[in-house]
Design a protein around this ligand. Sequence first.
Ligand code: EPU
Length: 342
Amino acid sequence: MTIAQRDLPNTMNLAATAVAAVDLTSLEDAKEAIFQAENAGIRLRCLGEGSNVVLMPKVAGLVCYVKDASVALLARDAESVRIQVGAGKNWHELVEETLSQGWFGLENLSLIPGSVGAAPIQNIGAYGVEVAQLIESVTVIEANQKVREIPVGDCSFAYRDSIFKARLTSAENAPVILSVTFRLNRRPDVNLSYDELAAFFGLEPFQAGISKGKSPSPLQVANAVVAIRRAKLPDPQEYPNVGSFFKNPVIDADAAQRLEAHSVRPYEFGEGLKVSAAQLIDRAGWKGKRRGDVGCWPQQPLVLVNYGRASASNLLEFAQEVQQSVAEQFQIQLELEPSVVS
Ligand code: EPU
């Protein structure tokens, strides 16, 4: 195990260097890294593929990468399988591999950038499904070097949030996510509750478990999600980005009423109401706008793109301008979706 300075890969293509970084290839490595960080009085934090972070130029502390990308079948019955997946596994590869095994449930989450270890942090979600619905537990190693399996009910999963998310940017050492245990279905039972996905098949939206008549297979759903995402979202390889840069804000009834004047329609979310941040940013005139090397993606203005050599501060200044303009026009404060790591 070698601790050294390292340039940190990230899908926003920001120049960032960690003072100290290390690959963890075993549980012993993880324990050693925790020990070293504590000894040096620095914080320890994990990164995955850098697909949902804004990295500042110098990243302090000890940055670690969990390398385990194994997929272990723990149990199988007629209905479902339980699999335990190493945090280092690429997310989309996992989606593809599970579908090819006939293990269903992850199809709506196709083509989300990042690693398995990062998925629970912000409870990745798309097209009507959040990863928390498929997770059984998350196995971590704590600051006291004890390995703990945290059941899904104790992870405080919510919209783009979990107990792990705040710890990513707090001063405390976050637990290192080692693996995630999923329960997947062996019977195909697709979720077409998201309008745009149902429309792709020329169907009315429906929830998993209540499909009537002919519904597409999970593989067809995965292919549809891939096609929709490719059409709308920039490929980070070509146009560096971190997906949605802002959360869809939860609003109250007063705010919803004010939006009527702008013909912006909120949608129901649990007990409350949410509004599409993309729509607000679009209405505020930001679609396709650029300042230097930072801009709003023309097909989906919720995504900020690094068109060249933008720095983290260029990006954050641009984001702040968007936030201010949306706040002035709609009295709604947009929150950043990625974590800022320094
Ligand atoms: N819209 C516009 N103008 C545009 C594009 C979109 O007004 O130029 C509006 C439309 O009204 C459209 C609505 O935005 O119907 C919603 O667009 P989309 O279906 O792309 O969803 P989203 O709410 O913008 C969320 C997630 C995405 C996820 C999609 C699909 C958040 C912050 N984002 O985006 O997640 O893929 O739904 O489920 O919740 C991510 O988190 O990085 C991410 C990409």
